[in-house]
Ligand binder design. Structure first.
Ligand code: MG
Length: 384
């Protein structure tokens, strides 16, 4: 395999640290790392990977880190703009974006502007600004390679046919920790309950999104943008075992599935090594040990944010960005134990339904929509 290098945005999170595991096992150079404030881990990462640049969003933390790593050659930059600049300044050919939420949008656009390929783990980027990001990527001739396991699977399945032969996409869904529950049971679920995901180990925000099935809604929107397909041609299939990571149906009725044990490092390796495949010694799938795989329809009467997300992408424009902003704020409040689990359902669907529709054609419009949606959530709880 040719020598690769990567910039890792959000290097201290779940996907970020697993990306560094992949970089270590493949001898991939890590040119840039960025994070919000976890300078203890950033120091370890600087000493292990000797990146050229480390950008820390929190400026005070950046100053403290500069002192800690003064004996290294890594340049430490501080501030929100430093993260965006680091994404653009990297010498790596691929920028892996594992930041959380809409904060990942500007670094993605900056990296695309410099002609970098994007390995995208930040789905909110496409949910809020899919048209903008994909048209910029096309204009600059860069590839957006999904890291999200479902979209990685779809990307792999699509290699068996042409875009014109694609008929449907079947996105699988583990069902999350609250699978089978009804609304009255969900109302009492706590932060600890929501964070106990049955099959995937992930960060807090996405784990709550998986429990509410908002994550699956966001993934449908992500797929619309990545694969240029109508939301009417996407089905969500509950598959509790998380072995089939998604499927593609072609015009002859053939369904191609991508399977494997649930391990994000496989998806990260696929994106970072693209178009080659990573040689690794990860644990292999043993189908006879599994015995059975099951499939069901999602309970959209209970988990109302999945249909709400599909209706948001059908309305289009800034509506998905408003829904996403409301969800980010609501999950933040839930993780602070300020609202209940079903409050997330109520406030996000309310904001998504009542928001104005504008063309999502500039970064400014999208950021304004996001801010307004967050304010609408706070306003909702001030009244309820
Ligand atoms: Mg996923």
């Amino acid at each position: 395999m040719q020598l690769k290098s990567v910039a890792v945005l959000g290097s201290t999170g779940s996907i970020g640290t697993q990306t560094l595991d992949v970089a270590r096992r493949q001898n991939i150079t890590v040119d840039v790392i960025t994070a919000r404030s976890n300078i203890a881990l950033l120091e370890d990462q600087i000493r292990a990977f000797s990146p050229r640049i480390c950008a820390v969003e929190d400026e005070r933390s950046a100053l403290a880190l500069q002192v800690k790593v003064a004996d290294t050659n890594t340049i430490v930059l501080g501030g929100r703009n430093a993260v965006i600049e680091a994404a653009a300044m990297t010498k790596a050919s691929t920028v892996l974006n594992a930041t959380m939420g809409i904060a990942g949008l500007e670094p993605t656009l900056a990296a695309i502007g410099e002609g970098k390929n994007i390995a995208l783990a930040n789905k909110e980027t496409l949910v809020c600004a899919g048209d903008l990001v994909m048209s910029e990527a096309k204009a600059r001739g860069v590839k957006v390679i999904p890291v999200d396991s479902e979209h990685s699977a779809i990307d792999q399945c699509l290699r068996s046919g042409n875009q014109s032969e694609l008929e449907r996409i079947l996105i699988t869904c583990s069902g999350g920790p609250f699978f089978g529950m009804k609304r009255d049971q969900l109302a009492g679920m706590t932060k600890a309950d929501a964070l106990a995901h049955p099959t995937w180990s992930m960060g807090a925000k996405i784990t709550v999104d998986s429990a509410s099935l908002m994550n699956k809604g966001l993934e449908v929107i992500e797929a619309v943008h990545l694969f240029g397909i109508s939301p009417d041609k996407i089905d969500v299939v509950v598959h509790r075992e998380s072995i089939i990571h998604s499927m593609v149906q072609f015009c002859d009725g053939a369904v191609i599935a991508q399977m494997g044990l649930p391990d994000m490092r496989t998806c990260i390796g696929y994106a970072v090594c693209y178009p080659e495949r990573e040689h690794n010694d990860s644990k292999r799938l043993d189908l006879t040990a599994l015995g059975t795989l099951s499939f069901m329809k999602p309970d959209t009467d209970t988990f109302i944010l999945l249909p709400a997300a599909i209706s948001a992408i059908k309305r289009g424009g800034t509506v998905p960005a408003a829904m996403n902003g409301a969800n980010e704020r609501a999950v933040e409040l839930f993780l602070q134990n300020k609202i209940s689990f079903t409050d997330i359902f109520d406030v996000v669907s309310e904001v998504a339904e009542s928001c104005d529709h504008h063309a999502a054609d500039s970064l400014e419009v999208i950021m304004e929509t996001d801010a307004a949606a967050r304010a609408a959530v706070d306003n909702y709880f001030a009244k309820h």
